[in-house]
Design a protein around this ligand. Structure first.
Ligand SMILES: [Zn+2]
Length: 313
């Protein structure tokens, strides 16, 4: 059975008087297996670039002997500063960079549009930066209207997803087995409150396919593992999923776990490690915008070809 598409879209109406964060919990996660001994890569954002060794081969399709572009492990558009040189062929650059990341970083409909605008992240075309974004606001007369909110007042909002278990491949699910989970918007409570002069209710916008977010997280995890361990050190599970060619359930490789702690160090956090039970399967934990209590995404990356010492992780 094909997986139903998970869409995120506008439709969450927030009262501007007493907004609360929507990050509700699903059933308690009992099957989460903790990856251990993880080196942390903290993205400070706009900080000094960290450049890893050149790969010399496309990390998605394996092509070599052609012109290879550099990959930002997390896009610059989200404040990323880690670079993996000579790691993507033209075709994959188009599929992953221009298309997939193009949708994720979309300036008005992408899941991070509000954050990008407010945090002033880098943009390839700064002139195209929106001056405002449209929101449906219910006025004090009870009538909803579309209102252009100037960029400086756009509430910081983003979309996230959580699932009931760790990645399907880790907990022994079949590739196409569906998992419980959900998408939800998150927002900055004070930003929404600050709009109460405009009306009593505002609808958070955004439209896209949830699977894009999973593929995007898979790309970060895969690129990070190649940067850390080298492309020949492990059998990768993610390239076809990242390229949109693997039709498994999206939770098969990428899970999300609620994490309400607000981590003030850096913007994002990526950690790598192995699952305790066999020490061979590589996992990544990714927290985007950790300052705001965003979920921990858990990504199943691949399998080491040879057992590693603890120090080598
Ligand atoms: Zn390629």
């Amino acid at each position: 059975m094909p997986e139903p598409l998970w869409f995120y879209s506008g439709g969450t109406a927030l009262p501007t008087s007493v907004p609360t964060c929507a990050a509700g919990a699903i059933a308690e996660d009992k099957t989460l297996i903790e990856p251990i001994r993880m080196p942390e890569f903290i993205v400070e954002g706009f900080g000094r670039q960290k450049v890893f060794s050149p790969v010399g081969r496309c990390i998605y399709c394996g092509l070599q002997g052609c012109k290879l572009g550099d990959e930002h492990i997390i896009p610059q558009g989200l404040g990323g500063n880690m670079i993996l040189p000579e790691s993507s062929c033209r075709n994959c650059e188009r599929e992953v960079g221009a298309q997939l990341e193009g949708r994720i970083l979309h300036k008005t409909t992408g899941p991070f549009a509000g954050l990008r605008l407010r945090l002033d992240f880098k943009s390839k075309r700064p002139k195209d930066r929106p001056k405002s974004l449209p929101f449906t606001i219910t006025g004090k007369d009870g009538v909803p209207r579309v209102v252009e909110i100037p960029a400086a007042r756009v509430p910081k909002y983003w979309f996230a997803y959580i699932t009931e278990t760790s990645p399907g491949i880790i907990v022994g699910k079949k590739a196409d087995e569906l998992a419980r989970g959900r998408f939800y918007p998150m927002w900055d409570v004070n930003d929404v409150k600050a709009l109460s002069d405009l009306g009593t209710q505002i609808t958070i916008q955004g439209a896209g396919e949830g699977r894009d977010l999973a593929r995007f997280l898979a790309k970060i995890a895969h690129a990070m593992a190649v940067a850390r361990y080298g492309i020949d050190a492990f059998e990768p599970w993610l390239p076809n999923f990242i390229l949109g060619k693997d039709h498994c359930a999206m939770h098969y490789y990428v899970a999300g776990h609620e994490n309400k702690t607000c981590d003030q160090k850096g913007i994002h956090k990526v950690t790598l490690g192995t699952w305790e039970d066999d020490g061979m399967r590589i996992g990544a934990r990714i927290r985007l915008f950790c300052k705001w209590g965003t979920p921990d995404y858990e990504v199943a990356v691949g399998r080491f070809k040879q057992r590693r010492n603890e120090e080598e992780l």
